[in-house]
Design a protein around this ligand. Structure first.
Ligand SMILES: NC(=O)C1=CN([C@@H]2O[C@H](COP(=O)(O)OP(=O)(O)OC[C@H]3O[C@@H](n4cnc5c(N)ncnc54)[C@H](O)[C@@H]3O)[C@@H](O)[C@H]2O)C=CC1
Ligand SMILES: O=C(O)[C@@H]1CCC=N1
Length: 310
């Protein structure tokens, strides 16, 4: 189910920054005072710690800093790989020498290690975790039930974002653990709402979210690359072909989101009788384009289910 309107924002949080923040834009009037107060409280009191400072942690950290909701100097990170902590240091983030130290410094911990490492990492941290910690796991597949056993008293929220956090256009799903509170739900929705869009879903559907939007950017990047290759094969320069391909994907996504029309109807708008598009559509149908995408999503969902069992 989509979040209640007040929590399902399009980039709203860039407008929800406390006075003094870089890009505060005085747009609070668009939101209820409760939401504004919550976002300001979050901005003031949340110390976000990244357990694992890899690709996704970086995308979230850069996105949060960029949105202004949690500035880099109120984020912490730990990683066994020094080259990764150096990246976070360059963002202005404090580095902790262990995951336990990270827990001492942060009240919201983002579990951003690979799913296969999650049990060892969380179990080792358990003595440092208390009911005052909110553990937000982005690890694909790992169920809340397991996380709760490993983490002891910490409250758990599971989120499946995607790498587009980096540009404030993520598409994410979230589910709450048993002891997570409505305030935790609001906080996580606000945080990831500042990075794009987030929906609350039943936990059993989080692997499907992973299949569609967690992994989806890779499929779209491949599509952009292939469209550009087609352009180059047809004589365009690489730069022009890439720009045309990426802008076409951006514009098409906007058409779906803003027109609220069914994608099939939009496709028909492009497809002239005996024209160029139907020639291409026919080729795609012959090669199982739609079926390939459907199967890719199902394969990703299934892999998430496998990761649950490790
Ligand atoms: N890459 C993506 O697009 C997405 C990834 N995810 C999830 O995010 C998590 C992280 O994925 P990536 O960032 O792609 O992986 P990554 O490999 O870039 O990052 C994982 C980081 O954890 C660090 N690490 C390993 N053991 C550690 C330990 N004991 N203590 C602290 N740090 C440790 C590694 O050195 C590495 O830097 C995974 O669980 C994945 O399922 C979720 C959504 C999208
Ligand atoms: O490939 C993966 O397992 C992760 C989870 C979703 C996107 N990347």
């Amino acid at each position: 189910a989509p979040l209640p309107a007040r929590l399902c924002w399009d980039r709203a949080p860039s407008a929800l920054q406390p006075a003094g923040c870089r890009s505060w834009r005085y747009q609070q009037k668009r939101f209820s005072s409760v939401v504004v107060a919550m976002a300001m409280d979050l901005a003031a009191n949340t110390r976000v710690g990244f357990i694992g400072a890899g690709q996704m942690a970086e995308a979230i950290a850069r996105g949060l800093d960029r949105s202004g909701l949690v500035p880099a100097d109120r984020m912490y990170a730990s990683d066994v790989n020094v080259s990764r902590t150096q990246v976070f240091e360059s963002l202005g983030t404090s580095i902790c020498s262990s995951n336990s130290k990270l827990a001492e410094n942060s009240n919201v911990l983002i579990l951003a290690v690979k799913p296969q490492a999650a049990e060892k990492v969380v179990t080792e941290m358990r003595p440092s975790l208390s009911k005052d910690h909110l553990l937000v796991s982005i690890a694909a597949g790992i169920p809340i039930k397991k996380l709760q056993v490993w983490a002891g008293d910490a409250r758990i929220v599971r989120v499946m974002p995607n790498v587009n956090c980096l540009v404030g256009e993520t598409a994410a799903g979230m589910s709450l653990g048993k002891t997570a509170t409505p305030a935790d739900s609001d906080l996580v929705a606000t945080m990831f709402g500042s990075l794009g869009k987030i929906h609350v879903v039943d936990e059993r559907l989080l692997n499907a979210v992973t299949g569609v939007s967690g992994s989806g950017p890779a499929y779209i990047f491949m599509a952009i690359e292939a469209l550009a290759d087609g352009g180059v094969a047809s004589g365009l320069t690489r730069d022009v072909a890439m720009s045309l391909a990426a802008q076409t994907v951006l514009g098409s996504a906007k058409m779906v989101l803003e027109s609220k029309k069914h994608p099939g109807e939009l496709k028909d708008m492009v497809t002239s009788p005996a024209g160029t598009t139907i020639a291409g559509v026919r080729e795609l149908e012959e090669r199982g384009f739609r079926s390939a995408l459907i199967n890719a999503v199902l394969a990703g969902t299934k892999r998430g289910e496998e990761l649950a069992g490790n």
